[in-house]
Design a protein around this ligand. Structure first.
Ligand SMILES: Nc1nc2c(ncn2[C@@H]2O[C@H](COP(=O)(O)O[C@H]3[C@@H](O)[C@H](n4cnc5c(=O)[nH]c(N)nc54)O[C@@H]3COP(=O)(O)O)[C@@H](O)[C@H]2O)c(=O)[nH]1
Length: 975
């Protein structure tokens, strides 16, 4: 905090003021002295000027007199006219000359003649004299000095004919003139021609008789004829002289010119100004008595001047007195110096004072700043100490960081503004097997050029350009040892103190192990474990890519859905291992049958999908599909035996029209594949929209199927099973019928498969089981009451039902619910239900068997029949598939199969039921080969419960011919 000090006049300012005033005083004194000297000098100059002018003017007058005298010396006698002509220009040139005279010296004796002579020219002329101031005829005298020639006459008339010697001073001048031979003059005298008070003086020069000696006074007296006189008006003379030289008007001067006795009033010729004022005030000033060196202090600068000179023996005196002048005007310089000096001194003092104050303020500021600086310095020292501590901590931290870096798998890197590496520490080069020259001074993409072309690479570079931090950027580089390694790096932009971008820095580590694991996981996630083909997930991705390519290129693209025919048979009969070998072999063949750029994926089980794209150099054609089929159809060695497998292929073609059914391609291929299967397997079909109609119909059926149960649209028909021993009905197979309100009666073949796929078969199957058991209980009770043998009710169990965990419990519940003796229930299972997990299947079969029911293998021989497991299954019945029965008597193979199955069953103590018996021949063949029972249209189609009841009531039997020996049969037939 600064304190204000009272503002006193600073010592320096006081000194400045004092010095300034002192200098001012000196200057003032000097200038005053100069002024004084200048004034005195000017005054003296002016006095000298005037004196010189007067003296010169008087000398001129004398000179004129001399010139006039010279006329008389050279022209003798001079006539009046000559005199007139000679003096006229002189008068004009010297206006102070009152008159030029020629005084003729006359002896008294000559008076008379002279006057007479003159009267002839000037009537009444007589020599005049002045008596008591008046003109009067001159009294008689020994001689006369008569004014004979007078120029100009006008104004001087009174002097014409005057005896000039009447005036004592003129007489004295004549005497002097003749005495010493030089011109002479009078003092101031009253001139005869003067009208006022103006005095004049007369200058005289003698005129001698030519040829006479004039060396001595006597000689001059003897030769004297007269004299030339110049009558001068003294006052006019002085005024004209001064006027002519411009010296007359000077208000600062008082002037007095006198001739003769100095100081006498009568001798004053000219006076101007108040002479007394000048001299009186000079003696009245305070400085009047000052010593010479202090005269300058006489501010009035008044002075008096006297000069004297002599003309024609007469003493002239010029007196001048300086009149008082305005003080300021007289002392302008010194006063200016004084005022200026004082002002300057004051200003300088003020300036110095200001400087001193400013300097004090500056000093105070400097003090304050110094104090601030000291405080800042202390803080700075504290900061420096703190910073040193921080630096030490930083160094320790960095050392720890470096030790950690050395210990850890990470490294630290820095890049310049061009993203070129400037340093990489922490073992990157060792771990990556990369020489420093490859990285230092290079960008990351110099070593991983794919960054410039890939999306992730370009995005990373864009991030750098935007000065954004990045994390976990993963890229691969092949080391100097040829091994590809993966690295992960994170970084952030670096800025300097001014905020300028300086580059990037960050850390990195090697992630090859993790990356390989990820790749393995990724591969597993996207590939089928068994075949190594892309799985359903990757298939979707590849399909999207292929569609995008087709959209871009406009080229068509095909999706093939490949389903192996009878694969389940292989799997079931030869086991999973063989099935796996087959699937792997098929996968390899499929892959080798298409181009490398095409995709082959495993969709599920025995279903594969191939995506074939068309390229400009390779068009798609059905030959490719055939090639795929041929590849699959090649024999496979399974358990040492050649095995042939075929496939059915559905093809969905995409024409490259954007969005055109692209997302339905697999669906369409599936539909087409179904169509191919339907056509009889081992073939391919291209998807047609009409197939879609069929599929739609399936969808419609599915929808209706879901509601059929609750709407009570299902009914059961019953087909009798007849014993070939006695021809009696021993059982019935419950067969489901769907009475659709619009579609009419829908056969199971149209909806059982769909119900299986949708899972609806489970509730439907339970309903069928319960209904069949309830019906069987009714018939059972009636037959028991009638003393007849109990009737077996065969009910179909689908694979889906068989996989229900509560199947046994469900059946037990139904039996309990309906009250049907378990022995009256026969469950028909197809071989396929055992195939997925035989062990589990065996367990479940035992569970079911434990309920007391009988178990039958339906459709035996159609597919996966494996005789090996029959022994372990707790089954009771084998049902020969009707496809074998159908060709009996025409197909020796089927005959052999049927015989084998009957033999096998009997061998295993199993009952054999042949289904689909439509003819007597078939029946005969079966009976002949000891088939136990038959089921088929030959005896009865599946019928409603009422019709079946009627058959029971009618005790319908096979004819005796059907059960008797052929001979007997023929005989019976004939009856
Ligand atoms: N899980 C269930 N499956 C059932 C149920 N009801 C029937 N089905 C299965 O549906 C398939 C077709 O049955 P369906 O159309 O009823 O055909 C049966 C008979 O009508 C037919 N048959 C019988 N005798 C002959 C004959 O002489 N000629 C001939 N062309 N067909 C004949 O055979 C079918 C019975 O076969 P099977 O079951 O193998 O004994 C069929 O597979 C049924 O299993 C049900 O409720 N649940």
């Amino acid at each position: 905090m600064t304190t204000r000090r009272p503002s006193k006049l600073a010592l320096a300012a006081a000194c400045t003021l004092g010095a300034g005033l002192a200098v001012t005083a000196l200057l003032f004194s000097a200038v005053g002295r100069l002024e004084h000297s200048a004034a005195r000098l000017a005054f003296e100059q002016r006095a000298d000027q005037r004196t010189a002018a007067l003296q010169s003017g008087l000398d001129d007058a004398v000179e004129v007199l001399a010139v006039t005298s010279q006329l008389f010396q050279t022209v003798a006698p001079v006539t009046r006219g000559q005199f007139h002509d000679f003096t006229r220009p002189l008068l004009a040139r010297h206006p102070f000359i009152q008159a030029f005279n020629y005084h003729r010296m006359l002896a008294h004796a000559e008076r008379g003649p002279y006057e007479a002579r003159m009267r002839r020219e000037f009537p009444g002329f007589q020599i005049m004299g002045i008596e008591d101031g008046r003109l009067a005829p001159a009294p008689d005298k020994p001689w006369y000095n008569v004014v004979d020639y007078l120029e100009p006459l006008a104004g001087n008339e009174r002097a014409f004919g005057l005896d000039a010697s009447y005036h004592p001073q003129i007489r004295q001048a004549i005497e002097s003139m003749l005495a010493d031979g030089r011109p002479a003059a009078t003092g101031l005298i009253k001139l005869a021609q003067s009208i006022g008070n103006e005095s004049g003086m007369v200058m005289l020069m003698p005129v001698y008789r030519p040829g006479m000696p004039t060396a001595t006074s006597a000689q001059r007296h003897a030769a004297w004829l007269g004299d030339v006189a110049t009558v001068i008006r003294a006052t006019t003379l002085v005024r004209k002289i001064l006027e002519g030289d411009g010296l007359l008007r000077d208000p600062q001067l008082a002037l007095q010119v006198s001739v003769g006795a100095p100081g006498a009033a009568s001798s004053v010729v000219f006076s101007q100004g108040d002479m007394a004022q000048g001299t009186a005030s000079a003696s009245a000033t305070a400085f009047a008595r000052l010593p010479g060196w202090l005269e300058w202090m006489d501010w009035t600068h008044r002075g008096e001047y006297r000069r004297g000179f002599t003309v024609l023996g007469k003493n002239w005196e010029v007196r001048l007195a300086a009149l008082p002048r305005p003080f300021v005007e007289q002392h302008l310089g010194s006063l200016s110096t004084l005022v200026g000096g004082i002002l300057f001194s004051v200003l300088m003092a003020a300036f110095v004072h200001t400087l001193v104050l400013r300097s004090r303020r500056v000093q105070m500021l400097v003090d304050a700043r110094t104090a601030d600086l000291q405080r800042s310095n202390e803080r700075l020292n504290a900061d420096v100490a703190s910073r040193k501590r921080t630096e030490r901590a930083l160094q320790e931290s960095e050392q720890r960081f470096r030790r950690l870096l050395a210990l850890s798998s990470d490294w630290y890197w820095e890049q310049d503004v061009h993203y070129c590496f400037t340093s990489i520490t922490g073992g990157f080069f060792d771990k990556g097997h990369i020489s420093p020259e490859r990285f230092i001074g290079k960008t990351r993409w110099d070593n991983a050029p794919e960054m410039l072309t890939t999306r992730w690479g370009r995005e990373h570079i864009a991030k750098l350009e935007a000065r954004l931090p990045f994390s976990h950027l993963e890229y691969a580089i092949t080391g100097d040892d040829g091994v590809l390694r993966w690295f992960s790096t994170s970084g952030e932009p670096v800025y300097d103190a001014t905020g300028d971008f300086r580059g990037y820095r960050g850390t990195g580590n090697e992630i090859t192990e993790r990356k390989l694991s990820e790749q393995r996981i990724q591969h597993i996630a996207h590939h089928d474990v068994l075949t190594g083909l892309p799985n359903r997930v990757l298939l979707q991705d590849r399909l999207a890519q292929a569609i995008a390519y087709a959209n871009r290129s406009g080229h068509p693209m095909w999706v093939l859905l490949i389903d192996l025919d009878r694969f389940k048979f292989v799997n079931d009969s030869l086991g999973h291992k063989a099935g796996d070998i087959l699937l792997k072999a098929v996968a390899a063949r499929l892959q080798s049958s298409v181009r490398e750029s095409d995709t082959v994926a495993r969709l599920s089980g025995d279903e594969f999908v191939a995506i074939l794209s068309e390229y400009p150099d390779a068009q798609l054609s059905p030959d490719i599909v055939q090639r795929v089929m041929n590849a699959v159809a090649q024999p496979v060695i399974l358990e040492g035996k050649e095995f042939f497998v075929t496939c059915s292929i559905g093809v969905a073609a995409y024409d490259g029209t954007v969005g055109n059914q692209a997302h339905h391609l697999i669906e369409h291929a599936d539909i087409a594949m179904y169509a191919a299967k339907k056509q009889g397997r081992n073939g391919f079909r291209f998807y047609q929209p009409v197939m879609n109609e069929e599929a739609l119909e399936r969808l419609r059926i599915e929808g209706a199927l879901r509601k059929a149960l609750e709407r009570g649209e299902f009914v059961l028909h019953y087909q009798p099973q007849v014993d070939l021993g006695d021809g009696a009905i021993t059982g019935a197979e419950a067969l489901l019928r769907w009475q659709h309100p619009e579609l009419g009666v829908v056969a199971p073949a149209r909806f059982i498969g769909l119900a299986e796929e949708t899972g609806l078969i489970v509730p439907i199957g339970v309903w069928a089981l319960r209904t069949a058991c309830a019906q069987a209980r009714v018939w059972h009770d009636a037959r028991v009451a009638d003393g007849q043998a109990p009737l077996r009710m065969a009910v179909n169990l689908s694979a889906r039902q068989f996989s229900q965990p509560d199947l046994a419990q469900c059946i037990a519940d139904v039996l309990e619910e309906t009250g049907l003796p378990p022995a009256c229930l026969e469950l028909e299972l197809t071989e396929s239900v055992f195939m997925d997990d035989v062990t589990q299947a065996v367990g479940l079969l035992h569970e079911l068997k434990a309920l007391g029911v009988t178990l039958a293998i339906d459709d035996f021989g159609t597919g996966y029949s494996s005789l090996s497991y029959l022994r372990s299954f707790p089954i009771d019945v084998l049902k020969i598939d009707r496809s074998f029965v159908n060709d009996l008597a025409t197909d020796t193979d089927d005959e052999a199969i049927v015989v084998s199955i009957i033999a096998l069953a009997h061998n295993l103590k199993l009952r054999v039921v042949a289904e689909g018996v439509e003819s007597r021949e078939q029946l005969e063949y079966l009976r002949r080969h000891d088939c136990d029972q038959i089921q088929g249209y030959y005896f009865s189609r599946p019928v409603g419960p009422l019709q079946f009841e009627q058959m029971l009531r009618d005790n319908k039997h096979l004819g005796r011919a059907d059960i008797a020996a052929p001979a007997r049969v023929e005989a019976e037939t004939g009856t």
